[in-house]
Design a protein around this ligand. Sequence first.
Ligand code: B12
Ligand code: SF4
Length: 512
Amino acid sequence: MTKSKTKFLLVDPPHRIWDILKAWIPSPGCLQLAAYLEDYFSIDFMDCTLNKSPWHDLEKKLRADRPDVVGISIGCTYFTYDGYNAASLVRDILPDAVIIVGGAHPTLNADECFADCPEIDFICMGEGEYTTREFLENFAKGNPDYSHIKGLAYKDEQGNLVINEKRPLIEDLDSLPIPAYHLVDMEHPYIGLPSEGKRAFLVNFARGCGFRCKFCSESVFWERKWRGRCPELIGDELELLKKTYNRDTFYVGDNIFNFTRERSKGFISEMKKRDLKQNFWLQSRADIVVRDADLMAGFKEAGVYQFMIGVEYSSQEVLNTLDKDISMQTVEKAMQILQKHQFMIMATLMIGHWDETDEDRQKLFDFCTKYVNHFGLNVVTPLPGTEFHTEMKALGRVENVDYRKFDYIQAIMPTKEIDDLDKITELHLGMIRKFYWRPIELWRTFFSKNKILRHHHRYFMKYGFEVAQHEIFGKPLWVQENFQTFESFLRERGVPINGSFAGYEPDESVEI
Ligand code: B12
Ligand code: SF4
């Protein structure tokens, strides 16, 4: 196949790595998109977070390669300003380059993105592969008319937002290639998930979810539909990751891994057949675990060590207001099934609801001490584009529109009892510390028979000490060595950027 001469640079902009994670995962979305496009175009991928000098290196690359089209990924709300800053840098260096952004946040907030970042020319609304291919083909032909390309948004000459016809979701995910792992340095010291072990990594074998929890951007973005790769292709990818990249422990990013029983059964037999000796942490829902109780022994044999369940809260009332469509009885039943099979249980949870009291938080805590090994406590976050955000905004509760705070740790909304957002953030950290510092968890840290659990608890224990040192002695929290704020980059650069810095504000929490 002759490739188009169009030069396309796909950029995951420089990000600050989460200090609790202390590691980075190249975006599975970018790697899947790149793998699909590289058959047709000359494509390059730059995962800037891994670069020695992320902003300077991006500038150098733009000057050296002079791509015709630059694609910028904005994977989550928290990364929004990194994307905008990258767009303004591209525009400054390459005034004629076309800039297209993609990801859940710009898709669900297209109007705001164009308004806040005028450097953006196009937004890929939703799934990237087909839309970007047609878009690049159209560009290569020199056709200025993009109105026929489904799934594209842009501004017309009058500055009005145009959203083309919707792009249907890809029917068969098996038609897509294996993610382009060869485009990143998989041995980069930042890549991994240290809480899970030395050779851990994150993979993604499905898109979407069939449920409707109203706080969740995934269900809106993927139109409440679930599609998955087949067990054979999952096996091929895992085998590649084992043999070429020596990866053996995986957080599987599928919203619900076992959405269909058929795929779960196939996965179990595929893993047994291939015997790759890999370990998996899967995401699921309580009702689906209960449905699949008979498959749990098989999952265990296949190498699954942990299930992550969106428990969210221990009160039925809160679950109902969030449209979780699950009863607390089902949650308890799922916990018992998982315990029976000796899986580690990670619960994802949210505090900071409007009516919440100390007593409610204590009940949630007590519930978790009964069942949970990994306390995935978050602060409830109104993600723009969700029904929950619309509701909270209408009630005047969304106080904080600085997207750098949308990391599920920093509180965005007050509760009826607590006005001070910092206090909610502190409560959140305090609960996590309290959970891991209980005598039983300390005991497990050293004496549990489960090697991964011991490792995991040691990791979080160490993190707890770091946070304590920060709070008591003011020791700065961990920041990756190569991290540089955009502001500091601009100062070093000396030459001001010709363009807007939409949404950009200096990050005062980081020493530069
Ligand atoms: C992988 C992942 C990560 C990786 C980061 C990868 C990266 N480089 O961006 C890691 C583990 C580091 C991570 C961390 C965080 N994450 Co995260 N993460 C995920 C996860 C598990 C999978 C995402 C994925 O692969 N999706 C599948 C791919 C195929 O979809 P996609 O990325 O949308 O890509 C497609 C399109 O969007 C489009 N596209 C994407 N980019 C581009 C670019 C262009 C130019 C174009 C044209 C198209 C395009 O094409 C792609 C292919 O079709 C999700 C969701 C989940 N399942 O739980 C959460 C998720 C995205 N993360 C989330 C969050 C909040 C975070 C954190 C900020 C906080 C937290 N509590 O986890 C942290 C902090 C990160 C940090 N500073 O270090 C939220 C985001 C919610 C939101 N709307 O803001 C999610 C949805 C989890 C959740 N349910 O809450 N995460
Ligand atoms: S929270 Fe989980 S179950 Fe609910 S819609 Fe989102 S991905 Fe689906």
